[in-house]
Design a protein around this ligand. Sequence first.
Ligand code: FES
Length: 68
Amino acid sequence: MYVCVCNGVTDHQIREAAAAGCGSMTELTMRTGAGACCGSCVDTAAELLASETAARKVVHELPMACAA
Ligand code: FES
């Protein structure tokens, strides 16, 4: 689904950016262009980035938590 219509940025691209280590909306804008025009996508893009980052953090931290 398109999150940023102005720049043609999809939810898939935002998930890929999160997987590549993108940790802020500013960085997401630099990497993809999302939010660089009208800004109406910023809230949705930031929420998607945050949820994807949190989900990845849990997955990466679970093995350490179990080992402790
Ligand atoms: S919809 Fe993303 S900048 Fe306009």
